[in-house]
Design a protein. Structure first.
Ligand code: EPU
Length: 338
């Protein structure tokens, strides 16, 4: 267990915001976390659990205790000829876990290759990409209730998963530390290659009979070409959600903008590509000082070096206002603002 005072959070957020935490503690087991939380000086402190810091924007220093999950390990809890069930430490790197499954021939999560962050953060916002969300393989998770300090098991229905949503972003916010997640992978997987860009990439790779390995590689190729690597340019992936609007409103928009990009959503609704709206509003590639909108993907706001969280929030507000003015559509932020 390592506890630092007045610690820089720069290495722990992929946006590369320079800010600090009053206390920063790393834990490698549930008992270490319980021990930290039992210390008198932390009883009244605000607490923030960081996964890979890949879906967070700090707008100020954090006056409280930041907890870094370093719980490692991939344990087999059940296996049969069809499937394998794995309990994974919340501190495992997500992409390394997915790659491990792909290398073993266990399918279900390959479309989620290269998503930054840690396993413990994946259920928090129900990460998704290329037609698959982590809840497709999710069985249950263990979380520590930071008030009672007891471990609580959450089933899939307890988590209330939605599009980039879960109980942990809503009612359970700031209360639970996800310590491990259990996933069931398929040994005879059905591939998800309906998402247009995957089919095109497989063709370009010359693959006629895809496998989970080639699908994972296609996803890695697409993501690497469109999304900035946080090691080079600070960012948190998609900054906004793709808005879901009523079909009647969509039909009106489509008559004005025939090239608008959209996907079917729940009955009576359509999901719009926010990237298209932001690009058409003229923001793609916009830069001011050290902050801006990525040149290849308008959903991604970027920090070129010394941008502050406040500058990025301000930019996001200007984009939200402009998209509302031009298209009448409300954009909602996906990233957690602290
Ligand atoms: N588009 C534009 N301009 C842009 C970006 C997108 O016109 O600058 C249009 C294009 O027509 C493109 C379509 O929007 O075909 C969809 O773009 P893309 O496939 O890049 O996906 P997205 O809707 O922008 C979502 C997720 C991503 C995920 C991809 C692939 C959200 C908020 N974002 O983005 O997730 O990787 O689909 O499945 O749902 C993340 O959450 O951080 C993230 C990167």
């Amino acid at each position: 267990m390592l506890i630092q005072e007045n610690a820089s959070l720069f290495p722990y957020n992929t946006f590369g915001i320079r800010c600090s935490a009053e206390y920063l503690a790393q834990f490698t087991s549930v008992s270490e976390l319980q021990e930290i939380l039992s210390q008198n000086k932390f009883h009244t402190q605000s607490k923030l659990l960081l996964g890979g810091g890949s879906n967070i924007l700090f707008t100020k220093d954090f006056n409280g205790l930041v907890l870094l999950n370093e719980i490692k390990g991939i344990e087999t809890v059940a296996e049969d000829p069809q499937s394998i069930t794995l309990k994974v430490g919340g501190g495992e790197n997500w992409h390394q876990f997915v790659s491990h499954c792909v290398s073993k021939g266990w399918g279900g999560l390959e479309n989620l290759s290269l998503i930054p962050g840690k396993v413990g953060a994946a259920p928090m916002q129900n990460i998704g990409a290329y037609g698959v969300e982590q809840n497709a393989c999710f069985i249950e998770l263990d979380a520590l209730d930071m008030i009672s300090k007891s471990v609580v098991i959450f089933s899939k229905s307890d988590c209330h998963f939605g599009y980039r949503e879960s109980y942990f972003k809503q009612k359970g916010k700031d209360r639970y530390a996800i310590t491990s997640v259990t996933y069931k992978l398929n040994k005879h997987p059905k591939l998800n290659i309906e998402y247009g860009a995957i089919g095109q990439e497989l063709d370009m790779m010359g693959v006629s009979t895809p496998t989970i390995g080639t699908v994972a590689q296609a996803v890695i190729n697409i993501r690497s070409s469109k999304l900035p690597d946080p090691k080079d340019i600070g960012n948190s992936g998609s900054f906004f959600k793709n808005p879901i609007i009523e079909n009647v409103i969509f039909e009106l928009l489509k008559s004005n903008y025939p090239t608008i990009v959209a996907y079917p959503a729940q009955s009576g609704y359509t999901k719009l590509a926010a990237g298209w709206l932001i690009e058409k509003a003229g923001w793609k590639g916009y830069r001011e000082g050290d902050f801006g909108v990525h040149k290849n993907q308008a959903l991604v706001l970027v920090n070129y070096g010394n941008a502050s969280g406040a500058e990025i929030i301000d930019l996001s507000n200007r984009i939200i206002d402009d998209v509302k003015l031009k298209f009448g559509v409300d954009l909602e932020r996906e990233v957690n603002i602290v």
